[in-house]
Design a protein around this ligand. Structure first.
Ligand code: AMP
Length: 275
């Protein structure tokens, strides 16, 4: 794997790769969920580029930027093992030199759910992904279903701004007990780790109760009862998969979404209701 940290060097090398080029942006500390995206990209493209960049723009000052898990040697080894062609690993100074001030904002879709809990988050995501797409110029962008609202926000951005890239959404990789894999799971204490799968159980209950014909209000109440007492619920809801607006009935494509805090660690999860 060619490891590149400069923009000009990354652009040059990426432009020489055989097409189609698949691109997998990450914040590193790679786990099997990330590697599913890479494997899918390898299967579907002639070349694959991955990036590892812990993007300061998408963290609020109160969030976990400085303690976000980092494992650059491990990440490089995993990507090399899978046969990735190029790894782009810029520094914050490279991405945001003095005077940087432009932002990409998708509007209302970025202000609800995760955007309500984390006000500058999606603007940080759309801005960095725009930059990465301009540097790498891939044919297909690989995104995890785990971050459902992020998939909707980025697809809206690509459509609204006529960006010339396709998207491929990869299903969520879970631990055997149902917990969605996340770099943030390492923050959980043993008690919180044991309680964390209850978020997924709540989503499964919400789905089953709706399919049984209950109202959304009743289904949400049923689902809440599955949550561990250690979970502080932020939201449980059903949304249209493209617009991320709440819907009363399970009409595909939809996401059943949830977020809860276990101590200081905020976890999100969702079920994808496919057409
Ligand atoms: P992150 O490093 O958290 O920014 O994630 C990088 C990419 O991997 C994003 O597209 C995520 O949605 C995706 N991803 C994270 N966790 C998982 C998972 N458990 N299963 C599938 N994809 C995931």
């Amino acid at each position: 794997v060619h490891v590149v940290s400069g923009v000009a060097q990354a652009r040059e090398l990426a432009s020489l790769l055989p097409r189609p080029v698949g691109f997998v942006p990450t914040m590193g500390a790679l786990h099997e969920g990330h590697l599913d995206l890479v494997r899918r990209a390898m299967n579907e493209n002639a070349s694959v580029v991955a990036s590892v960049f812990v993007n300061p723009l998408q963290f609020a000052p109160t969030e976990d930027l400085s303690r976000y898990p980092r494992d650059l040697d491990g990440d490089r080894a995993k990507l090399a093992h899978l046969g990735v062609d190029m790894l782009f690993m810029p520094t914050p100074q490279t991405m945001y030199p003095a005077g940087f001030g432009t932002a990409v904002d998708v509007g209302p879709m970025g202000t609800v759910y995760e955007g309500a809990a984390r006000p500058a988050h999606f603007r940080g995501v759309t801005t960095v992904v725009t930059k990465l797409l301009h540097v790498i110029d891939p044919d297909v962008l690989y995104l995890g279903q785990k971050d459902a609202q992020q998939t909707a926000v980025l697809r809206a951005m690509i459509r609204d701004l006529d960006m010339n890239v396709g998207t491929s959404i990869v299903p969520t990789h879970r631990e055997p007990d149902g917990l969605a894999m996340s770099s943030r799971n390492v923050y959980l204490s043993p008690e919180q780790r044991a309680a964390a799968p209850s978020l997924h159980e709540a989503l499964v209950t919400l789905c089953a109760t709706l399919e049984h014909g209950s109202s959304k209000a009743d289904a949400v109440a049923q689902a809440r009862s599955k949550l561990s007492p250690l979970a502080q619920l932020d939201y449980l809801d059903v949304v249209d998969a493209d617009r991320f607006e709440p819907v009363e009935q399970l009409r595909p494509p939809a996401f059943i979404i949830g977020a809860a805090r276990f101590g200081k660690t905020r976890l999100i999860d969702n079920l994808w209701i496919e057409p």
